[in-house]
Design a protein around this ligand. Structure first.
Ligand code: 5RP
Length: 217
């Protein structure tokens, strides 16, 4: 199976988690795109979705699912999203698609986070995938210097602006041994909007597309 076929398979496996839920949270990325495509067949059961990006919003609207403002709907029962890396503790690195801030907000406001990944995303230690950090534009260089002090090599994601009009630094060469600690440390750097470590609010369920099966962790 190709990686995309694995993404498709795991996306399909997430559909039962959102049947009869009402309003769902929807993440961003190629795996989630497949998930949204599957939702088309069940849209009558779905009252609406809170979306983590402009891209996902467009896709949801295209299949006729109303996109709602998180402020208007309160907490959500279920949030479905992909990840760039996930460890055995269900901690994740996210933000390869640049939507990390809204993703973290929806994850925080959801009772259950269902993470959907293909097997290539499973790691023992987070950090091989460059860690995305969303920053206020004027703070970019300052934050980069602080990240160097932590042992990383930040690279500016040039010609990229987030949905929140901010910039992203992708931090290479970090071995994230203590994800919750590093999440707190990077969160506390002035000028950081969001760090792509999702450990303080980890996933509740991880669905992994592996060969012909989908493993539930
Ligand atoms: C976007 C994300 C995505 O979940 C992550 O990048 C995985 O993407 P894909 O499903 O395309 O592999 O965090 O900000």
């Amino acid at each position: 199976m190709t990686q995309d076929e694995l993404k498709q398979k795991v996306a399909q496996a997430a559909v039962p988690y959102v049947r009869d839920v009402g309003i769902i949270g929807v993440g961003t990325g190629s795996t989630v795109n497949h998930f949204i495509d599957y939702l088309a067949d069940f849209k009558a059961d779905i009252e609406g979705a809170v979306s983590s990006s402009i891209v996902s919003t467009e896709r949801l609207k295209k299949i006729g699912i109303p996109v709602l403002d998180l402020n208007a709907v309160g907490n959500l029962d279920v949030y479905v999203d992909g990840a760039d890396e996930v460890n055995p503790h269900k901690h994740m690195v996210k933000g390869g698609g640049g939507a990390l801030t809204r993703e973290k907000i929806i994850a925080a406001a959801s009772k259950k986070f269902v993470c959907i990944v293909d097997e290539t995303k499973c790691v023992d230690v987070l950090g091989a995938f460059p860690l995305p950090v969303e920053v206020i534009p004027m703070a970019r260089s300052y934050v980069a210097r602080e990240l160097v002090k932590l042992g990383g090599q930040p690279v500016w994601r040039e010609n990229y602006i987030t949905d929140n009009h901010n910039e992203i630094l992708d931090v290479h060469n970090l071995s994230i041994i203590e994800p919750t600690k590093l999440e707190e440390i990077i969160n506390n750097i002035v000028g950081v909007v969001t760090v792509g470590i999702f450990a303080l609010r980890a996933a509740d369920i991880v669905l992994i597309g592996k060969g012909d099966e989908v493993i539930t962790r």
